[in-house]
Design a protein around this ligand. Structure first.
Ligand SMILES: [Zn+2]
Ligand SMILES: [Zn+2]
Length: 414
């Protein structure tokens, strides 16, 4: 093949790119898988990604695989570009905004960081390999669709393995208790385990941890050792990891284990906190662990899909007999029945869950039991005002109305 066919820059008349040692002929990288790397130092995601790419680049070099990266700068000016390029071990395109724009449009690059691996005809192998590198590091090479499918299939297979098998494959044979004592993996055998994805820096994690601790303590009393939690931390250093672990009464995957990162990927965790339940035989449940704990607490045990269905049905039963909307003397607007994960009742000031008569405009909530109807409330059936009932729950239950066929309308609004 013609060497010039390999150069994505040839239409621009470019035969040389920059290296730290000076200019490099494009023909000298003809053996390599070439990736175009679009990045800027002012961009935080770029700053986070570049070290991961450097690590993969170095490992591939050591392994003898031919990868070359060409940096295409989105920096503000040439001085920023040169400063930025200093930290990169690969090649670069000379700083030229017009050239960059043309290459971006050729490869449809509309965000950074972007990493475009090229095939031997300088066509993009995949639209963007940043996520591949973030997920699989050096294993992502040579970034083809086939490679990605293979890696996904391996993950899917591992998902079906027990947690012990997952960890052992990474040569991890123990977990840590919160006071730093090593606990053998066999400790999890036969127990329902919650994989808790969290990090020390995250306020939502701190909030959820306190909820999970309550459930954990409750279940220790009622179910003994049937339930365990294992922290999968995404903290970036040992110190943050230690701090994170010290606030939790359960076990943790060691900081130096590669499995931490892999479990995020295998279970497709995109946001923290997240909680994945694994059954006593090692089978992952499809339930949303965070939601189950937040909404139902220890009552959600054993956290299976069947249990989730039962809990959902129980919530629906609570709704039976409640009007769609009511007027209460404590609030000037009509209150609509709505599903709320958690609220503070403006009547009794206590916490509430699920069904609330609420005014979204004023953020006003009432437990159904705390509604005091103003006068009396008319129930409108298929557009005809014909029945009057009180809006309180007890009143409604007496009449056995269901909200699907009746709508309660206040005197004021009708
Ligand atoms: Zn209340
Ligand atoms: Zn209101």
């Amino acid at each position: 093949m013609e060497i010039h066919d390999r150069s994505p820059f040839l239409p621009e008349g470019l035969e040389f790119v920059l290296s730290h040692e000076g200019e490099v002929s494009v023909s000298s990288i003809v053996q390599h898988t070439v990736c175009l790397f679009f990045s800027a130092h002012w961009c935080r995601p770029c700053r986070n990604f570049t070290p991961q790419l450097i690590q993969a680049y170095d490992e591939l070099k050591q392994r003898g695989d031919y990868l070359e990266v060409i940096f295409i700068s989105f920096d503000k000016d040439e001085a920023c570009f040169l400063e930025h390029y200093k930290a990169m071990p690969w090649l670069a395109l000379p700083f030229d905004e017009g050239l960059r724009r043309r290459i971006c449009s050729q490869y449809k690059v509309d965000h950074i960081p972007a990493l475009i691996p090229l095939d031997c005809n300088v066509k993009a192998i995949v639209a963007d390999a940043v996520q591949l590198i973030e997920d699989y590091g050096v294993d992502a090479f040579p970034f083809t669709v086939e490679r990605r499918e293979k890696l996904k299939a391996i993950d899917e297979e591992r998902k079906g393995c027990t947690l012990q098998a997952l960890l052992v494959s990474d040569r991890v044979n123990h977990l840590y208790s919160n006071n730093g004592i090593q606990v053998p993996l066999s400790n999890l055998t036969g127990r329902t385990t919650g994989l808790y994805f969290a990090a020390n820096w995250s306020p939502p994690c701190k909030y959820f941890t306190s909820q999970l601790v309550r459930v954990y303590d409750d279940l220790k009393v009622t179910n003994g050792d049937e339930f365990e939690v294992v922290l999968v931390s995404s903290d970036r250093d040992q110190c943050a990891f230690n701090q994170c672990k010290s606030t939790m009464p359960w076990l943790a995957i060691p900081f130096n284990s590669k499995s931490r990162h892999e479990l995020f990927r295998i279970f497709n965790i995109k946001a923290i906190p997240a909680l994945v339940f694994i059954g006593p035989k090692g089978e992952p449940y499809g339930t949303d662990g965070r939601e189950m704990i937040t909404c139902h607490g220890a009552n959600a045990f054993p956290f299976t899909e069947e249990r989730a269905v039962e809990l959902g049905a129980a919530v629906e039963r609570e709704k039976e007999g409640l009007a769609d909307q009511v007027k209460d003397q404590k609030h000037k607007h009509l209150l609509k029945l709505d599903m709320r994960k958690a609220f503070i009742c403006n009547g009794c000031r206590k916490e509430g869950r699920f069904w609330s008569f609420c005014c979204r405009i004023c953020n006003f909530d009432l437990h159904p039991d705390c509604v005091m109807e103003e006068n009396e409330t008319k129930i409108k059936k298929e557009g005809r005002n014909e029945i009057c009932i009180p809006a309180t729950k007890s009143g409604i239950q007496e009449f056995h109305f269901t909200t699907t066929t009746f709508r309660a309308i206040s005197n004021q609004s009708s």
